[in-house]
Design a protein around this ligand. Sequence first.
Ligand SMILES: [Mn+2]
Length: 681
Amino acid sequence: MFDVKRMNAFDSARRGGWSGRVLTRRVPRDAFRRVKLPWVPNLVQMSPADDAGGSGVAVPDSGTTVYDLADNCDFEHVEPGEYYLGTVNGVVKYGVFVDLSDDVSGLVHSSNLGGSYDVGDELVVELDEVREDGDVAFAEVALDEYDVERVEPASNDVGALGDFVGEQVTLVGSVVQIKQTNGPTVFQVRDATGIAPCAAFEEAGVRAYPEVELDDVVRIEGHAETRDDAVQVEVDNLTVLAGEQAADVREEQSAVLDEVAAPHDIDPLVEWPALEKLWDDLEAVAQRLRRTVLEGRPIRMRHHADGDGICASVPLQVALERFVAETYEDPEAPQHLLKRLPSKAPYYEMEDVTRDLNFALEDRTRHGQKLPLLLMLDNGSTEEDTPAYRNLAHYDIPIVVVDHHHPDPGAVEGLVDEHVNPYLHDEDYRITTGMLCVELARMIDPDLTDDVRHVPAVAGLSDRSEADAMADYLALAGEEGYDESELRDVGEALDYATFWLRYDDGGQLVTDALNVDCDDETRHHELVDFLAERAERDVQRQLDVAMDHVEHERLDNGAHLYRIDVENHAHRFTYPAPGKTTGEIHDRKVAETGDPVITIGYGPDFAVLRSDGVRLDIPEMVEELKDEIEGGGVSGGGHLVVGSIKFVSGMRVSVIEALVAKMADAEIDEELGSSAPLVED
Ligand SMILES: [Mn+2]
């Protein structure tokens, strides 16, 4: 029996001989690929180092490195001539079997063994031989002093998991969702290349790894499998990384994510200096939205329930859906992470925000999702939005606004994270939100371009934009086969569909009507014809009745005033609603008279106002009426010449009388029209 000291890291550490350095060696990513031990006869036949008195045990110089393989290392990590920590897992007559990792084991023949060992003992070995049958033999190495270096396999990229189905994989990344199913706990784990579901099973419906929280950096060892045609990792082991290790991962991945989130560099659909002023702002939003997707945060879109709002939100939704699908292995991710909803009011109402918040908190509880980012489109710039924003501020819900309504920057500043608005660049409503968001959608996914060339023209016509660029946008839509009347029909069809959809997003119906991500062009045209025809018929029906009840008077300033009781002299709860009915009557009277015209459509407790050629200031008038009509309960607003006002029904006569008196005092200004609803001084 040879008296060879049994050396292992623990013993030498105890004797002070171990440097105590535990390093992590990076192995090339390719090295991870798990391979069956190659059949290479006698390829690796090592000659032992200096012989220790014929024992067969090599005694190298001191100060050498011994590698400690992580459990999920494989034979790729074993190199001839290097030293490894092995653990005895079996003792036989002719030697001992050692494990270097879960997958790397071999025999140390007694001729290569210095001492006697029991199961569980550690010893340092080197590769001795790989036999023809694939069996591996090791030889013990006697070391006085050595450094232990930990070897972890390089982690896999989520984006390349599909190449490793059926194989062992390691992921390092952040947890972006923790969902408890009736079976396993599913952790959605993000690295710099994508997001993958990782299923860990404790017991049916029981939370696995309860210590893991959202945003933790984790290391997952498991197997890549396919489930419903998508890649999923079956977790064997999950470790939460802490301290510096986690910080390093975060930093490294964050830098890559910034690059991946960068918006695509696109050329605008038309050359338009006014739009160019907003380009940097749009790119910042594109970056923000892509980053939001990469971080696993849901996005909730709220848009004005009109043609421009649809033209803004639908292309963005499609672009984001495609980017989510690219980022996530889970094919259902787009429907879980993106929600688009119309807002009936031209601002973010308490009713809407309460629903959104409730929904977000429920998703967090039931599906372990992060709280969403709120994306406001074609509204959201004004003081009226701020109570809802303040409610969201109680939670981690960032707000991004893309709008072209006249903003109150002072009011929303500090509440919104990004705010794109032409008024912030000395431009105005003529750059519609649909025009802005088509470019934004293309920055997120440029492949969408062919689908959306006609959309800015629809948006511009729906919102009566008088932009110079409208000619270019109409020409662009012309190239796609749309003439102006068809584009107007698309806008009318959207308006009509949105009216009946009420609080629903309309899904495929709306994408078919707009012809974005629509797989059947014929259906699109037939649908638009049908909806636009119905819309026109309904408007005509409404006006046939209402026009007989329009009251006319001439105001002191010479303007025509038309009044219509939309509650009693128009069909209720049908298309068009009071606002549009009033607008249609107004447009007809403007065309008929060619003079300055004001139109009031009133119900029991509200009035809708439109004016052309008269310098009204509706928000100012509302403020005055609030003070002047005691007990009137007056509220409302809008823009200079388009707006609405609410009051208590018992005070209607007083409120409208006072309102008309103010209108009669207003200056005539032929330039000011409601076809340009948001023009200000
Ligand atoms: Mn708009």
